[in-house]
Design a protein around this ligand. Structure first.
Ligand code: SF4
Ligand code: SF4
Length: 299
């Protein structure tokens, strides 16, 4: 069954151990106000427009079925309200001023791509990581890729928000070599405020996940004014401390790289002015987490 991905990134070093290929799924069930991959949120195509790259060649004007591109005296005007994200302009826009986020891929196509680097996975203890977006938004596609990788003897990991019915995830989770999950906010009302959902199900699932015996990495993004306070990090770290399979707890510093994507998607970015935390701000949080007796890393 085909699934929708935004990209397949080979030789990735940040999505688990060793050399990996990361498959970015499209679609997410949370709405984190700071999302740094906003092009992965919707389970539909999105067009990213970078007018600063446009050379006004005009090739997009005749190919657009809805008339979203038009010649104007200053160059080319793009009217997003007319765009259906069909992707035709992105196909012919050589300078990359128009980019499509969202491609349908079959499991066979993805497997053909990820198996190209099997030798690297073996030499580096790497493998494949399914990321997103949220992997379990496309459960059939996720199941197919997990089964295919297991059959090809490729270790497979998942990055997930764990905000799903556990019994629906369990048959997939049991086949993984690693699960990387987020717990962004300890307080349920704060979690609801910043992500659009409460966190009771996530907390419940973390305990159930630990019982499966799979290696785990827990993560909290450090978001200025939202998650980056010692009270939040301390509470999460103490919750994680009894887990038997936790490899480490990772604090991920704020990543402003999504900023240009918000503009390109025509979306408002609530964290436009935010910047990564300084070392002086991160260190006390690392110390607070480590006081729970767990290994802490900063990414
Ligand atoms: S095809 Fe691309 S570069 Fe050419 S006018 Fe259209 S948006 Fe600009
Ligand atoms: S994605 Fe399709 S509808 Fe949107 S501007 Fe490009 S050609 Fe037109």
């Amino acid at each position: 069954m085909p699934g929708m991905v935004t990209s397949i990134q080979r030789f990735s070093l940040n999505d688990g151990p060793g050399i990996r290929t990361t498959v970015f799924f499209k679609g997410c069930n949370l709405r984190c106000a700071w999302c740094h991959n906003p092009e992965t949120i919707r389970l539909q195509n999105d067009l990213l427009a970078y007018p600063e790259k446009c050379i006004a060649c005009g090739h997009c004007v005749p190919v657009c079925p809805t008339g979203a591109h038009a010649r104007v005296p200053s160059g080319i005007a793009f009217d997003r309200t007319k765009c259906t994200a069909c992707g035709r302009c992105a196909e012919i826009c050589f300078p990359g001023a128009m980019e499509l986020a969202g491609y349908r891929r079959t499991g066979e196509e993805v497997l053909a791509e990820v198996t190209q680097d099997i030798a690297y996975y073996r030499d580096s203890n790497g493998g494949v990581t399914l990321s997103g977006g949220e992997v379990f938004c496309q459960p059939q596609f996720a199941k197919e890729l997990i089964d295919d990788c297991v059959a090809a003897d490729i270790p497979i990991a998942v990055e997930t928000n764990l905000c799903w019915e556990f019994d629906a995830m369990r048959p997939m989770l049991e086949k993984l070599s690693l699960v990387m999950f987020d717990l962004k906010l300890w307080d349920d009302a704060e979690h609801l405020r910043w992500t659009g959902v409460g966190n009771a199900l996530i907390k419940e699932n973390i305990a159930k996940l630990d019982a499966l015996g799979i290696p785990l990495i827990a993560r909290t993004p450090l978001i200025p004014g939202a998650t980056d306070n010692a009270e939040n990090i301390t509470a999460i770290a103490h919750f994680l401390a009894p887990l038997k399979n936790l490899q480490y707890y990772e604090l991920l510093n704020f990543n402003p790289l999504g900023e240009s994507k918000y503009r390109a998607l025509g979306l408002e970015n609530p964290f436009e002015a935010a910047r990564p935390l300084s070392a002086a701000m991160v260190d006390p949080l690392r110390t607070a987490a480590a006081a729970a007796g767990i290994q802490v890393k900063v990414g």
